[in-house]
Design a protein around this ligand. Structure first.
Ligand code: FMN
Length: 166
Protein backbone atom coordinates (compact mmCIF):
# COMPACT_ATOMS: atom_id res chain seq x y z
CA UNK A 1 0.00 0.00 0.00
CA UNK A 2 1.48 3.33 -1.07
CA UNK A 3 1.19 5.99 1.61
CA UNK A 4 1.81 9.73 1.34
CA UNK A 5 2.13 11.92 4.42
CA UNK A 6 1.81 15.63 3.67
CA UNK A 7 1.85 18.28 6.35
CA UNK A 8 2.49 21.90 7.27
CA UNK A 9 4.11 22.84 10.55
CA UNK A 10 5.67 26.10 11.68
CA UNK A 11 6.88 25.38 15.21
CA UNK A 12 7.25 21.59 14.99
CA UNK A 13 4.14 20.21 16.73
CA UNK A 14 2.43 18.92 13.60
CA UNK A 15 5.79 17.71 12.28
CA UNK A 16 6.18 15.63 15.44
CA UNK A 17 2.78 14.02 14.80
CA UNK A 18 3.62 13.47 11.12
CA UNK A 19 6.91 11.79 12.09
CA UNK A 20 5.12 9.57 14.56
CA UNK A 21 2.76 8.44 11.79
CA UNK A 22 5.75 7.77 9.54
CA UNK A 23 7.55 5.76 12.23
CA UNK A 24 4.41 3.82 13.11
CA UNK A 25 3.86 2.85 9.48
CA UNK A 26 7.50 2.17 8.67
CA UNK A 27 6.71 -1.32 7.42
CA UNK A 28 4.38 0.13 4.80
CA UNK A 29 5.50 1.73 1.55
CA UNK A 30 5.75 5.42 2.43
CA UNK A 31 6.29 7.03 -0.94
CA UNK A 32 6.20 10.64 0.23
CA UNK A 33 6.76 12.62 3.43
CA UNK A 34 6.79 16.40 3.41
CA UNK A 35 5.11 19.50 2.01
CA UNK A 36 1.67 19.12 0.41
CA UNK A 37 2.16 17.97 -3.17
CA UNK A 38 -0.65 17.25 -5.61
CA UNK A 39 1.50 15.20 -7.95
CA UNK A 40 2.01 12.18 -5.71
CA UNK A 41 -0.04 9.11 -6.62
CA UNK A 42 -0.67 7.17 -3.41
CA UNK A 43 -3.28 4.72 -2.11
CA UNK A 44 -3.75 6.57 1.18
CA UNK A 45 -3.02 10.22 1.93
CA UNK A 46 -2.41 11.57 5.42
CA UNK A 47 -2.81 15.36 5.51
CA UNK A 48 -1.67 17.33 8.55
CA UNK A 49 -1.98 21.00 9.40
CA UNK A 50 -1.39 23.33 12.30
CA UNK A 51 -4.46 25.41 13.13
CA UNK A 52 -4.57 29.00 11.96
CA UNK A 53 -7.64 31.09 12.77
CA UNK A 54 -9.67 27.98 13.48
CA UNK A 55 -8.86 26.24 10.22
CA UNK A 56 -6.30 24.23 8.27
CA UNK A 57 -3.70 26.29 6.44
CA UNK A 58 -4.16 27.35 2.83
CA UNK A 59 -1.34 25.16 1.44
CA UNK A 60 -3.12 22.04 2.69
CA UNK A 61 -6.59 23.29 1.70
CA UNK A 62 -5.40 24.01 -1.85
CA UNK A 63 -4.12 20.47 -2.35
CA UNK A 64 -7.21 18.91 -0.74
CA UNK A 65 -9.49 20.89 -3.05
CA UNK A 66 -7.89 19.29 -6.09
CA UNK A 67 -8.12 15.66 -5.01
CA UNK A 68 -10.74 13.31 -6.45
CA UNK A 69 -11.44 9.63 -5.71
CA UNK A 70 -8.70 9.33 -3.07
CA UNK A 71 -8.53 7.83 0.40
CA UNK A 72 -7.78 10.64 2.83
CA UNK A 73 -7.04 10.88 6.56
CA UNK A 74 -6.70 14.23 8.31
CA UNK A 75 -4.55 15.10 11.31
CA UNK A 76 -3.57 18.31 13.04
CA UNK A 77 -2.55 20.18 16.14
CA UNK A 78 -4.33 23.12 17.74
CA UNK A 79 -3.39 25.48 20.53
CA UNK A 80 -6.90 25.83 21.89
CA UNK A 81 -9.55 23.40 22.91
CA UNK A 82 -7.90 20.30 24.10
CA UNK A 83 -11.48 19.02 23.78
CA UNK A 84 -12.91 16.57 21.29
CA UNK A 85 -15.73 19.00 20.58
CA UNK A 86 -13.30 21.64 19.35
CA UNK A 87 -11.37 19.08 17.32
CA UNK A 88 -14.62 17.85 15.73
CA UNK A 89 -15.33 21.42 14.69
CA UNK A 90 -11.87 21.78 13.13
CA UNK A 91 -12.37 18.58 11.18
CA UNK A 92 -15.78 19.71 9.96
CA UNK A 93 -14.14 22.85 8.61
CA UNK A 94 -11.26 20.93 7.02
CA UNK A 95 -13.77 18.63 5.33
CA UNK A 96 -15.37 21.51 3.43
CA UNK A 97 -12.27 21.48 1.19
CA UNK A 98 -12.68 17.82 0.22
CA UNK A 99 -14.65 16.68 -2.81
CA UNK A 100 -17.36 14.08 -2.10
CA UNK A 101 -15.77 11.60 -4.55
CA UNK A 102 -13.00 11.04 -1.98
CA UNK A 103 -13.19 8.47 0.80
CA UNK A 104 -12.55 9.98 4.24
CA UNK A 105 -10.81 7.50 6.52
CA UNK A 106 -10.83 9.49 9.76
CA UNK A 107 -9.14 12.27 11.68
CA UNK A 108 -6.85 12.91 14.59
CA UNK A 109 -6.20 16.15 16.44
CA UNK A 110 -4.25 16.95 19.55
CA UNK A 111 -3.15 20.05 21.40
CA UNK A 112 0.13 21.74 20.48
CA UNK A 113 2.17 24.26 22.42
CA UNK A 114 2.05 27.89 21.32
CA UNK A 115 4.85 30.47 21.08
CA UNK A 116 5.82 32.29 24.31
CA UNK A 117 4.87 35.62 22.70
CA UNK A 118 1.24 34.50 23.00
CA UNK A 119 1.68 34.01 26.75
CA UNK A 120 3.30 37.45 27.09
CA UNK A 121 0.27 38.92 25.35
CA UNK A 122 -2.13 37.22 27.78
CA UNK A 123 -0.12 38.51 30.75
CA UNK A 124 -0.28 42.07 29.38
CA UNK A 125 -4.03 41.76 28.77
CA UNK A 126 -4.62 40.37 32.27
CA UNK A 127 -2.75 43.36 33.71
CA UNK A 128 -5.03 45.69 31.76
CA UNK A 129 -8.24 43.71 32.49
CA UNK A 130 -7.71 41.91 35.83
CA UNK A 131 -11.44 41.16 36.16
CA UNK A 132 -11.64 39.29 32.81
CA UNK A 133 -11.92 35.59 33.73
CA UNK A 134 -11.69 34.43 30.11
CA UNK A 135 -8.14 35.74 29.90
CA UNK A 136 -7.12 33.61 32.88
CA UNK A 137 -8.75 30.59 31.18
CA UNK A 138 -6.70 31.35 28.06
CA UNK A 139 -3.52 31.60 30.11
CA UNK A 140 -4.26 28.30 31.86
CA UNK A 141 -4.94 26.70 28.47
CA UNK A 142 -1.63 28.07 27.17
CA UNK A 143 0.27 26.50 30.09
CA UNK A 144 -1.50 23.18 29.60
CA UNK A 145 -0.67 23.22 25.90
CA UNK A 146 3.04 23.63 26.70
CA UNK A 147 3.34 19.91 27.36
CA UNK A 148 1.84 18.88 24.01
CA UNK A 149 2.19 16.88 21.89
CA UNK A 150 3.12 14.57 24.78
CA UNK A 151 3.75 10.83 25.02
CA UNK A 152 0.02 10.10 25.26
CA UNK A 153 -0.67 12.13 22.10
CA UNK A 154 2.04 10.19 20.27
CA UNK A 155 0.69 6.84 21.48
CA UNK A 156 -2.81 7.90 20.45
CA UNK A 157 -1.73 8.93 16.96
CA UNK A 158 0.14 5.65 16.51
CA UNK A 159 -2.98 3.66 17.37
CA UNK A 160 -5.04 5.87 15.08
CA UNK A 161 -2.62 5.53 12.13
CA UNK A 162 -2.61 1.74 12.45
CA UNK A 163 -6.41 1.68 12.44
CA UNK A 164 -6.54 3.95 9.39
CA UNK A 165 -4.54 1.62 7.15
CA UNK A 166 -6.44 -1.54 8.20
C1 FMN B 1 -0.82 33.10 14.19
C2 FMN B 1 -1.35 31.89 14.92
C3 FMN B 1 -2.71 31.61 14.87
C4 FMN B 1 -3.22 30.50 15.55
N1 FMN B 1 -4.57 30.28 15.51
C5 FMN B 1 -5.07 29.21 16.21
C6 FMN B 1 -6.47 28.95 16.21
O1 FMN B 1 -7.27 29.64 15.62
N2 FMN B 1 -6.91 27.87 16.91
C7 FMN B 1 -6.06 27.05 17.61
O2 FMN B 1 -6.51 26.09 18.23
N3 FMN B 1 -4.72 27.28 17.62
C8 FMN B 1 -4.22 28.34 16.94
N4 FMN B 1 -2.86 28.55 16.94
C9 FMN B 1 -1.98 27.61 17.64
C10 FMN B 1 -1.30 26.61 16.70
O3 FMN B 1 -2.21 26.04 15.79
C11 FMN B 1 -0.66 25.47 17.54
O4 FMN B 1 0.31 26.01 18.38
C12 FMN B 1 -0.10 24.40 16.63
O5 FMN B 1 0.20 23.26 17.42
C13 FMN B 1 1.16 24.85 15.90
O6 FMN B 1 1.59 23.79 15.10
P1 FMN B 1 3.05 23.68 14.49
O7 FMN B 1 4.00 23.60 15.65
O8 FMN B 1 3.02 22.43 13.70
O9 FMN B 1 3.29 24.91 13.67
C14 FMN B 1 -2.34 29.66 16.29
C15 FMN B 1 -0.97 29.94 16.31
C16 FMN B 1 -0.47 31.05 15.65
C17 FMN B 1 1.02 31.32 15.72
Amino acid sequence: MKIAIMYKSVTGNTKKIAEQIKNTLMNEEIIYFGDPNIKIDADIYFFGSWTFKGDIVKEIADVLKNLKNKKIAIFGTAGFGGSQEYFDKLYKRAKTNIDSSNHLLGYFYCQGKMPMTVRDKYIDLIKQNPEDKNLQVSLDNFDKALMHPDKEDLDNVSAWAKAIIK
